[in-house]
Design a protein around this ligand. Structure first.
Ligand code: ADP
Ligand code: ZN
Length: 525
């Protein structure tokens, strides 16, 4: 979209070949590099492994002068500097993990103009002294890696990143590029607002990981279902995510007693035990890591064959990042998510109970809606996932929906029965209770409240409870019902729910299907 001068164009390819030894740009890299070279402020959103580094390293060399790279982790800085030096590019890092003498020596090479790139932590860049010193050097580019850390809405907010909002003003002549692997629309907007005053060229590229098959299953007897899934894949490395430490320990113990080489990992374990588990997972074959989300940052194991979510993840962003740990070698891999309304209720409660501004709660609530939509979609799941990241794609042929499309049926009558029951019981009872009423299950709670005498009681005996639950979940997904976050998780009717109840709107849902034991396995094989 940008026309570069022919010299810049030629120089770009020369740098690619001679400095980095690559024959071609990867998809997504070139437009970003062109935009930087053309002088724009740029936000590049690319998944891990896509080659973000080249997007600022190549312009740094083409533009000449000094490029300042902001990075949050010392280990990442050192890796990058080592990699660049291997390529014969003079790069330096100044950080608290090095001796004073080493840092002074690095700065000398920067100040003398020898160094092409300088890696710094955000708090070090934004000191008055550093900015003044850099102001006397020909800084051509400022690259901000892991830029999502500036967003207080994201899951990896770092307060030090906030100061970077002043970087544009402090180094007015430099071009700026922000890079991140994880950013949904609101995080992106936040990055652009904070770093670029709301104006930047934004590029989103290459989120698809077509070798990972995607499936979502109804959450019932999760422990058993996980065990079956894992046991059917002996000798494969996999990760099983669970929402709490207790569930991690329970699931790991269960798998171990089933003879699986399973390990546990969560923040409640001491550092040594965590390190040992991580080590074993990386070194050995066929190890299954059962973990909370504490596990995975920076784990680069190529042959992870599956990622199972025993509980709903925090958001589609988190989900995408977590399943992305499977199949890095490009070979077929699987992502399986167990999803039930309880999880959504828990997540909603996390959002409601946190001490945060209403705006933030609203954003998080929308993210949760997107997750529910993904879980209940009757179209391709990958399409839904990629669409969330702004990528348009055809149906993938490698998700449960594509491989075994659900039949979409009119469920207006069923919906009305559920809505009637929810309404007649005061919109205070949870999904399990409403479903019990629909199928006519007489329990003490039911009879004690006289709910067995309600009009709708037992009017839906021809569908098993699992099907009613599936219909109810889809009513939540389409916002006809809302799950309250109070102690009982009561479900209440929305405006849309009332319209359905009075017959002014119809509902269609994926036809619930009987649970088949290893349906997925057969599909994937
Ligand atoms: P990210 O930061 O997006 O996770 P990296 O910048 O670390 O990814 O790049 C991932 C790998 O891809 C690196 O090994 C890098 O050398 C390689 N790579 C990047 N760009 C290209 C390219 N144009 N051709 C071949 N390999 C590339
Ligand atoms: Zn699909």
């Amino acid at each position: 979209t940008f026309r570069l001068s022919s010299e810049l164009e030629a120089e770009k390819y020369r740098v690619l070949k001679t400095a980095f030894g690559f024959d071609a740009f990867r998809p997504g890299q070139e437009p970003v590099i062109d935009a930087v070279l053309a002088g724009n402020d740029v936000l590049a959103v690319m998944p891990t492994g896509a080659g973000k580094s080249l997007c600022y390293q190549a312009p740094a060399l083409v533009l000449g002068g000094l490029a300042v790279v902001v990075s949050p982790l010392i280990a990442l800085m050192d890796d990058q500097v080592a990699g660049l030096r291997l390529d014969g590019v003079q790069a330096e890092a100044i950080h608290s993990g090095k001796s004073r003498e080493d840092n002074v020596a690095s700065w000398r090479r920067v100040a003398s103009g020898e160094a092409r790139l300088l890696y710094l932590a955000p708090e070090r860049l934004m000191t008055a002294r550093m900015l003044a010193a850099l102001g006397r050097l020909p800084v051509s580019l400022v690259a901000i890696d892991e830029a999502h850390c500036i967003s207080q809405w994201g899951h990896s907010f770092r307060a030090e990143y906030l100061a970077l909002g002043e970087a544009r003003a402090a180094l007015p002549k430099a071009r700026m590029i922000a890079l991140t692997a994880t950013a949904d629309q609101s995080t992106r907007d936040d990055i652009v607002a904070k770093l670029f005053d709301g104006r930047a060229e934004t590029f989103v590229a290459g989120f698809d990981r077509p070798n990972i098959s995607i499936a979502v299953q109804d959450k019932r007897d999760t422990g058993e279902a996980i065990e079956r899934f894992v046991a059917a894949r002996p000798d494969q490395s996999g990760v099983v995510y669970r929402i709490s430490r207790k569930k991690v320990d329970d699931t790991a113990a269960r798998l171990q007693s089933a003879g699986v080489k399973a390990l546990a990992y969560h923040a409640g374990m001491d550092a040594a035990a965590r390190a040992a588990a991580q080590e074993a997972f990386l070194a050995e074959r066929g190890v299954v890591m059962v973990a909370t989300v504490a596990f995975g940052m920076g784990i680069d194991k190529a042959d992870v064959r599956y990622v199972v979510h025993g509980d709903a993840p925090g958001s589609l962003e988190a989900y995408y990042q977590e399943i992305g740990r499977a199949g890095r070698d490009g070979e077929p891999a699987e992502a399986l998510l167990f999803y039930g309304l309880e999880d959504i209720r828990t997540r909603r409660r996390f959002i409601d109970e946190q001490d945060a501004a209403p705006e933030r709660k609203r954003v998080e609530s929308r993210r949760l809606d997107a997750l529910v939509g993904f879980c209940e979609t009757t179209a391709c799941r990958r399409q839904a996932l990629l669409a969330y990241f702004g990528e348009v794609s055809p149906p993938c042929g490698n998700c449960d929906v594509c491989l075994d499309p659900p039949e979409v049926i009119d469920a207006t009558e069923e919906a009305r029965l559920l809505l009637t029951l929810a309404s007649a019981t005061g919109e205070r009872f949870g999904a399990a209770h409403i479903v019990a009423l629909a199928v006519g299950h007489e329990s003490e709670t039911v009879t004690a409240r006289g709910h067995d005498r309600l009009d709708g009681f037992g009017k839906g005996p021809d569908r098993p409870a699992a099907e009613w639950r599936a219909i109810l979940r889809q009513l939540v997904a389409c916002h006809a019902l809302e799950v309250e976050t109070g102690a009982f998780g009561g479900i209440s009717l929305t405006e849309k729910g009332r319209l359905i109840l009075v017959g002014e709107e119809r509902v269609s849902v994926a036809k619930p299907r009987p649970k088949k034991r290893e349906r997925r396995r057969a599909m994937v094989a």
